[in-house]
Design a protein around this ligand. Structure first.
Ligand code: SF4
Length: 207
């Protein structure tokens, strides 16, 4: 989602890059001084490869240069005994499937607390947008069920989730896969897969 990309990814990256270059904000970075940033977009997703929006960062896409698709990457990782490498994404991504939420809950209690707190914090939308008069009309949730993450049904797919998914998709196989594993695409600050808000209940009701 665009706001998370700008606020939580690109901003901190730019801050760190400026630090590394020795020109922290608001110092002017001389022309010709830049970092090269490698972004792992595969050929299946070449349309998501983007340039950075500042001249002190230059994006390079090695997988596209090598002509590697997602399957090539999986084949390579498997050959190195790294077949279970997870796709990249933010910790609190609303596109996670139940498997990803369970993985955080079951393997990293501190990160789970973090995402639960983040989910609660976004319920009424973005504080800055609200203050600027762009109030969220409903409520925002990280989990598709529109239930607070701490109580969300991440151990199984509910009938309501299944029905909602069926309205969006016609093929049942990918639907189930997506509820469990999340959307297939990975994500990067420069190639965000979702320029949409978290799951929102426009009527302000949690179903
Ligand atoms: S992984 Fe991408 S879509 Fe998900 S929260 Fe992060 S930037 Fe947004």
């Amino acid at each position: 989602m665009q706001r998370s990309t700008g606020e939580y990814k690109i901003k901190p990256i730019k801050k760190k890059v400026r630090e590394l270059l020795g020109y922290p904000h608001p110092q002017r970075i001389p022309k010709g001084v830049f970092v090269e940033q490698w972004v792992g977009i595969s050929t299946d997703e070449f349309h998501r490869a983007k340039d950075a929006d500042v001249r002190y960062m230059k994006n390079v896409h090695p997988l596209i240069e090598m002509g590697w698709s997602r399957s090539d990457c999986v084949r390579y990782l498997t050959s190195r005994a790294l077949a279970d490498t997870p796709k990249s994404s933010c910790l609190g991504c609303p596109f996670h499937g139940n498997a990803q939420w369970r993985h955080i809950r079951d393997t990293s209690p501190a990160e789970w607390q973090d995402v639960v707190a983040f989910d609660a914090a976004i319920r009424k939308g973005n504080a800055r947008a609200n203050a600027a008069g762009n109030k969220l009309l409903g409520q925002a949730f990280l989990h598709r069920s529109r239930v607070p993450l701490s109580e969300a049904p991440i151990d199984h797919v509910t009938a309501a989730e299944w029905a909602a998914m069926q309205q969006e998709l016609t093929n049942t196989e990918p639907a189930l896969e997506e509820l469990e594993q999340g959307v297939i695409d990975g994500c990067s600050p420069w190639a965000c897969r979702g320029e949409v808000a978290p799951v929102q209940d426009d009527f302000g009701l949690a179903s």
